[in-house]
Design a binder for this molecule. Structure first.
Ligand SMILES: [Zn+2]
Length: 473
């Protein structure tokens, strides 16, 4: 007898177990076939009729198979007679089993599990629920996660319709709202940020085959979000006696301040980390500080660069946290100042356009000194022109050290803040600015946090945190 033919006791037992499970699964399948036979229409079926029938019955099959596997894997738990109290360790006797049905993406799963109760500690427990890692409530985490993914893309009502159509699991938009609130509750920048390892991997991919360290850009900017005041809460639909003719509150456009780290890979941008919230400058600074202090940015592996418009508060944070970073004044923002000068000085004329082009070219070539000198020599014809020229001069002079555009271009640095502007668009605007949508601040920030997680590639991480919190509770 060859060694290969020797089957260990463990293997034999495992095979026997598997055979038993197969048997149970076949029985479930047979049950399902009975249902199918009833539902399947007459012969000469079209493919669409077949797929529709199978589609409608599929969760009865997959849910049933899941049930059989769970029963088999935890058969000891189903018939468990005794358990210890988690608090006083007293030995408890099983009470009558309790039925519970949970909803999963593969269908309904019915569970029957024994209940234990310690009358001394007044603690009840279901050991099976714990081994299975069940979420409290009927809807399990896979459903919650899929729903959360969907509502970060489309409005709740639409999400409800799509979700039912595509998964066959009915979840109301109110419940989707509740899951989303729970998952996103209290998320901070560190909860949605990728790990240092993940960031280093992205950097290494861009750095591969290159002589110089890649440029990592930090962009900081604000995007407008339509918000509604807390006072708009109160009557819910159906509670009011009259249909409101108009809203009793006034919507407000608030500034969602955000930052984004991204890598320059030639003309391509490689996203690293975004964090956008309706928040003030100090809160943004605090979030940036958390990223810095958590050591997420491997500064020695990149050439760090910060691109912004002129806002003083931004430079203050940058200077304090990343003093080594190359600072770039958004080139396209300078353009606005120059256009303003040209308009009031030359009026709508060819001369105005020529002046703007020539001045922008000088700036592009890094000759900010020439531009400042030129502005100084301009003879303003009106107070308005004098003011625009002085404004422009002050602006460029204050940031002259950030306008070495020629050198910056050669170094592969970006000249404009397009990277943060596009994240304003795909993180904030794409979901929050929709017709008729006015957000409570807390909801807008939770949605923004989830959308940041999505683009940062940390949605699973956010769900792992959620699961952990559920377990603790
Ligand atoms: Zn006890």
């Amino acid at each position: 007898m060859g060694a290969a033919e020797v089957i260990s006791f463990e293997e034999a037992r495992a095979r026997k177990q598997w055979d038993a499970l197969r048997h149970q699964l076949h029985a479930r399948f047979d049950q399902w076939l009975d249902g199918l036979q009833e539902q399947l229409p007459e012969p000469e079926l079209t493919l669409a009729q077949v797929t529709e029938t199978v589609w409608n019955l599929r969760q009865a099959l997959t849910g049933g198979l899941t049930e059989a596997i769970v029963e088999h894997a935890h058969r000891g738990e189903h018939t468990r007679q005794q358990s210890h109290c988690p608090q006083c360790d007293r030995l408890l006797k099983a009470r009558a089993p309790v039925q519970r049905t949970v909803e999963t993406l593969v269908g309904l799963v019915h569970l029957e599990r024994p209940y234990f109760y310690c009358s001394a500690c007044r603690v009840g427990l279901y050991p099976l629920a714990e081994v299975l890692g069940l979420s409290p409530g009927r809807t399990q985490l896979d459903v919650q996660k899929a729903a959360a993914k969907l509502v970060t893309e489309v409005p709740y009502d639409e999400a409800q319709r799509l979700f039912g159509d595509l998964t066959g699991v009915g979840v109301g938009s109110e419940r989707m709202h509740t899951f989303t609130n729970h998952v996103a509750e209290g998320l901070t920048v560190l909860d949605v940020a990728p790990s240092r390892d993940a960031i280093e991997r992205r950097i290494a991919e861009v750095a591969a085959g290159r002589f110089r360290r890649p440029v990592l850009v930090l962009g900081i900017d604000g995007a407008y979000v339509p918000t509604r005041p807390e006072s708009a809460r109160g009557r819910r639909p159906g509670q009011g006696r009259h249909r409101a003719k108009r809203a009793l509150w006034r919507g407000q456009w608030r500034d969602a301040k955000g930052f984004r780290f991204y890598l320059m890979d030639g003309d391509r941008i490689v996203h690293v980390l975004s964090w956008h919230q309706v928040q003030n400058e100090a809160q943004l600074g605090e979030a940036l500080k958390q990223v810095k202090e958590a050591g997420l940015i491997p500064e020695e592996q990149v050439r760090l660069c910060v691109v912004c418009d002129g806002a003083e508060w931004i430079w203050k944070h940058v200077q304090a946290l990343f003093p080594q970073a190359r600072q770039v004044l958004d080139y396209y923002h300078c353009k606005e100042y120059l256009h303003r000068v040209a308009k009031v000085h030359y009026g709508a004329s060819v001369q105005a356009l020529e002046w703007v082009e020539a001045t922008l070219t000088r700036l592009y070539l890094g000759k900010v000194g020439l531009v400042l000198g030129g502005l100084q020599r301009m003879q303003a014809q009106s107070d308005e022109a004098a003011k625009a020229i002085a404004n422009c001069w002050d602006y460029l002079d204050a940031h002259r050290g950030r306008t070495a555009y020629r050198k910056l271009r050669r170094g592969g640095y970006p000249l404009g803040s397009g990277g943060i502007e596009s994240s304003n668009k795909f993180i904030c605007h794409a979901r929050l600015k929709r017709s008729g949508a006015w957000w409570y601040e807390i909801n807008s920030n939770q949605m923004l946090a989830l959308r940041c997680a999505k683009y940062n590639g940390t949605f699973d991480q956010v769900f792992a945190r959620h699961q952990q919190r559920l377990r603790k509770a």
